[in-house]
Design a protein around this ligand. Structure first.
Ligand SMILES: NC(=O)c1ccc[n+]([C@@H]2O[C@H](COP(=O)([O-])OP(=O)(O)OC[C@H]3O[C@@H](n4cnc5c(N)ncnc54)[C@H](OP(=O)(O)O)[C@@H]3O)[C@@H](O)[C@H]2O)c1
Length: 308
């Protein structure tokens, strides 16, 4: 890595990208540049370096990344075509490490037949792993899903509004809609981590000498039944609970024309498929000083016992 500095580029300025930027700057050890489709004057005004890029052009990406002498590139852009272009540019520019836009389910837990955006990016990374070290960070569901306004509000994202705070649990109205397997049970495991903690683990992992293809973490690990119990405990009220059986989920995914509902149903299907069951706390063990918040403590930051 001759000539390369301790410098990270984050592709994507908002959403989880802003959490990462904060955590990386907080280490005080890394220079940061954000690659964005726009000039982002608000970020520049707060002292963050932003470089506008054209993600459709590998050449344009290559020139920016090369000129910036970046060591590690982190993508928060879920689009596969964009990520494949970034990977090509990283290879041309001799970047050492790349992080794809995962930060959610465990690739190891995905069914073998599954294809799609995330898998095509991971397949490409595996192909080029001798030139470009990579890792997929797996953390389960962001706890911010259950903050008021959900991830949309927590992430200040202008193009990602599938979650309005009523997915699985509606803490405001004390309701729940939970997926049940074909045996009718609420025993499926779901792992959750606050996006703040995920970003801190990612920032810490930048200092690791070598990376595994997947690095796992979680703040809490609960059965769906326990997820509901914690929410009810924090709100001090019983929730009105509806369940949706596995077969109905598949049927409704095909039937609904609404993109937001489709995303929610697909996520429920993936929960029942155990993709949110992160089996190891690899990064929690590596970085014991990072004390990831529990689901109950997270909810208590936002929600009080209900008075009605
Ligand atoms: N575990 C969870 O529960 C959970 C929840 C939400 C997200 N995530 C994960 O976190 C990552 C980021 O998600 P997010 O919600 O933060 O994403 P996002 O808000 O949709 O996008 C993040 C940034 O990427 C850039 N971008 C988005 N779409 C683009 C496109 N088509 N072409 C070029 N740039 C694009 C934008 O930055 P510029 O405008 O600056 O170019 C945007 O601000 C993903 O890997 C996602 O799977 C996990």
């Amino acid at each position: 890595m001759e000539g390369y500095r301790k410098k990270v580029a984050i592709c994507g300025s908002r959403g989880f990208g802003s959490y990462l930027a904060r955590a990386i700057l907080e280490t005080g050890e890394w220079e940061l540049v954000i690659l964005s489709r726009n000039s982002q004057p608000d970020l520049t005004a707060s002292g963050i370096k932003v470089k506008p890029v054209d993600y459709s052009s590998v050449d344009s990406l290559y020139h920016v990344i090369k000129r910036q002498q970046v060591d590690t590139v982190i993508s928060v852009i879920p689009d596969a075509e964009v990520q494949l272009n970034i990977i090509d540019a990283c290879l041309m520019a001799g970047v050492r490490r790349f992080v794809p836009a995962e930060f959610e389910t465990s690739p190891e837990q995905r069914p073998l037949y599954v294809s799609g955006d995330k898998m095509s990016v991971l397949a490409r990374l595996e192909q080029v792993s001798t030139q470009l070290e990579y890792t997929a960070f797996s953390c389960g569901l962001f706890m911010e899903t259950f903050a008021p306004g959900g991830w949309s509000e927590a992430s200040n994202s202008y193009n990602y509004s599938w979650n309005d705070g009523s997915f699985l649990l509606d803490l405001k109205h004390k309701k729940a809609l939970l997926p049940v397997d074909n045996a009718g049970s609420l025993e499926t495991v779901i792992c959750l981590t606050s996006a703040v903690d995920v970003a801190r683990f990612v920032a810490a992992a930048l200092f690791l000498r070598s990376w595994q293809p997947e690095m796992k973490m979680f703040g809490d690990r609960l059965r769906l039944r326990e997820l509901l119990e914690v929410a009810q405990y924090v709100r001090a009220r019983e929730f009105k609970v509806k369940v949706i059986p596995e077969d109905d989920i598949e049927f409704q995914i095909l039937r609904t024309p609404d993109w937001k509902t489709q995303r929610e149903l697909q996520t429920m299907r993936n929960i029942l498929g155990h993709e949110y069951n992160i089996d190891k706390r690899y990064l929690n063990a590596k970085f014991p000083d990072i004390r990831a918040i529990t689901f109950e403590d997270f909810l208590r930051q936002y929600w009080r016992a209900s008075t009605h």
